[in-house]
Design a protein around this ligand. Structure first.
Ligand code: SF4
Length: 86
């Protein structure tokens, strides 16, 4: 079963790929990273907001180890988790 957050991520990935198209990871890798970061104690400032359909969605915040914005970090090729989780 997919969550609203994963569905949101799929849409965001397609948008970014269509816009930029280069240097991005495969969708399954990005989703795996999202799930790992979502449950990590180093992930901060997770935001909750309502979509246009009033479904609550979650957007990853920053990583307290590397300081990166995770919604950008997880989609880029050659990025690594400093804690070795992905
Ligand atoms: S990049 Fe690594 S350390 Fe940072 S939030 Fe994600 S899993 Fe945690």
């Amino acid at each position: 079963m997919t969550t609203p957050s994963i569905n949101l991520l799929s849409g965001a990935i397609k948008y970014i790929k269509a816009t930029i198209g280069v240097g991005l990871e495969k969708e399954d890798v990005i989703k795996k990273r999202y799930t790992i970061c979502e449950g990590c104690e180093h992930m901060t400032k997770q935001k909750k907001f309502l979509s246009q359909t009033n479904v609550e969605l979650k957007k990853l915040g920053k990583c307290s180890l590397c300081g990166c914005f995770l919604m950008k970090k997880i989609v880029l090729k050659n990025e690594k988790c400093l804690d070795g989780r992905w």
